[in-house]
Every structure is written in C-alpha cells, then in structure tokens.
Design a protein around this ligand. Structure first.
Ligand SMILES: Nc1ncnc2c1ncn2[C@@H]1O[C@H](COP(=O)(O)OP(=O)(O)O)[C@@H](O)[C@H]1O
Ligand SMILES: [Mg+2]
Length: 250
C-alpha cells in the first residue's frame, strides 16, 4: 500500500516558488529518504506532508498530499499531525519538563489513554521503541535537559511514537549528533520501519544509502530522480543525480 502520495505539490514563500510540482509515492513500511543540497526544499517538502508548513504565514501550498489515499487537507489538522509525527534536526524536548511528561503530554492532550496506568504503559512502550528505556527507567522524573543530545533526540522520537503515528517524518535527525548517537538513531530507523513508514531528510548521500529503501533526489525545488535506493546509487539515470552522488555538485 502507498502510505503517502504527493500530487503536483507546489509551495511558495511569499512570491518565491521553492517546490515546483513534486509528485511521488511513498510505500508503507519503508524508510524513504529525501536527499539534496542545502536549500533545495527538503524541509519544506517534509513540513508540507503533515501541514506544519501552515505555521509559516508567508507559505502557500498547491497540489495534494494523500495519507493512505485521503487528502490531509480534508482531515482535521490535529489528527493529521497525530498520524504523521515529526522529529526535527535540533532535538526539541520541553527541557524543563520531566522525561516522563515529555512523552506523556501529547497522549494526555489527545486523550489517548483512559487511565494513569494506561498512560504509564504507553510511556514505557514508546521509550522502549526508541531504545531509551534502559537509560532512563530509573530517572523518569528528571528534567529532559539532564539528557545528552543523542538521548534527547531519542526522547523526541519517543514523544512522536507515543501518539502511535502511521508515518514518522525525520528532518536531518542526526545532523547535530556525535557519530555514536547518530548510529543508534540509524539502527532505530531499521527497527521502526517494521511498524510504520519513515520519511527522512538528509543532506548526506552516505546516510541515505545506509538507511533508506527508496530515495528521492530534490534539486532546486524539483524532483530529479526517485527509485529504489540501490538502483539510484548504482545506476543514477539523471546526470544531476550522478554529480550529486559523486560529490561534483557545487
Ligand atoms: N520561512 C521561510 N520564508 C522564506 N523563505 C524560506 C522559508 N523557509 C525556507 N525558505 C527558503 O526556501 C528554500 C527551501 O528551503 P528548505 O526547504 O529549508 O531547504 P532544505 O531543507 O533543503 O535546506 C530556501 O531557498 C530557503 O531559503
Ligand atoms: Mg532543511
């Protein structure tokens, strides 16, 4: 099944068109990477999928985004963001809140737990899924700011997972982490895609080749090439893709 489909997606900031009609299909239970040089529209693309782009007052969107066949623009926006979770480049936990509350907050807000016990279970489940539980199970009441950068990013993943999303968007999730923490997140992606669909933005072709099943190459707001990661890396069809992959793009 196709988890997410974009149909001629176009985005402007003020009068500047930064996504110029992107149509692609993201299958269910895969890791789908969006790669391309800085400024090509990767974050904009990702932010349009769960309508976070609407927080930018100068942004205008045309085209469609379908989540399992249904237009996200015809869904309740809170529901869209529950079903399409997001993790950002700079880990953004609520620093003064406890580790527990960081994960529990959205669950409470959306009334997804019927009791304190059920809430506890969801928090534990999400922290296990994000491979953080063993490191924090004895300190759930400590502030999130007491965690390392890599732990904070996994906490943000747990916070997103607790909402039981169908799709998880990750915008350069390892760009601010040390290599060991980055590696942990990459391993986690491999586990998580069994249960949901992951769309990851990366400016690193090496990372895209390691973590993704499918890859799309964006350049100056246009989709240049998309396909199975192995095929795109071994045999790029477009010269721009080849130049990007071989590091010959300015
Ligand atoms: N809020 C904004 N207002 C105006 N221009 C923006 C805004 N956000 C991004 N841009 C511009 O849109 C283009 C695409 O940006 P972005 O999607 O962040 O690219 P990437 O994530 O690939 O680096 C860039 O030229 C960037 O400067
Ligand atoms: Mg970006």
């Amino acid at each position: 099944m196709i988890a997410v489909e974009t149909v001629n997606l176009r985005v402007w900031y003020d009068n500047k068109e930064v996504l110029k009609g992107v149509s692609l299909k993201i299958p269910e239970n895969v890791c789908f990477a969006i790669m391309g040089p800085s400024g090509c529209g990767k974050s904009t693309f990702l932010r349009t999928l769960n309508r976070i782009i609407e927080l930018n007052e100068n942004a205008r969107v045309e085209g469609d985004v379908l989540l399992f066949g249904k237009s996200v623009f015809k869904m309740d926006v809170v529901e869209v963001r529950r079903q399409i979770g997001m993790v950002f480049q700079i880990p953004n936990p609520f620093p003064h809140m406890s580790i527990y509350d960081n994960v529990a907050l959205g669950v409470k807000f959306n009334r997804l737990a019927r009791s304190k016990r059920e809430l506890d279970e969801i928090v534990e489940w999400a922290l296990k899924k994000s491979a953080l539980w063993d490191e924090v199970k004895d300190r759930l009441k400590e502030r999130a700011s007491s965690l390392s950068g890599g732990q904070m990013q996994r906490l943000c993943i747990a916070r997103a997972l607790a909402m039981k999303p169908k799709v998880l968007l990750m915008d350069e999730p390892t760009a601010n982490l040390d290599p060991v923490s980055a590696n942990k997140i990459e391993e986690l992606i491999d586990e998580l895609k069994r249960e949901l669909t992951i769309v990851i933005v990366t400016h690193s072709p090496a990372q895209a080749s390691r973590v993704s099943d499918y890859v799309a190459f964006l350049y100056m707001g246009e989709l240049i090439e998309v396909g199975r990661t192995e095929e795109v890396f071994e045999n790029p069809k477009n010269e721009l893709t080849e130049r990007y992959l071989t590091g010959r793009m300015g």
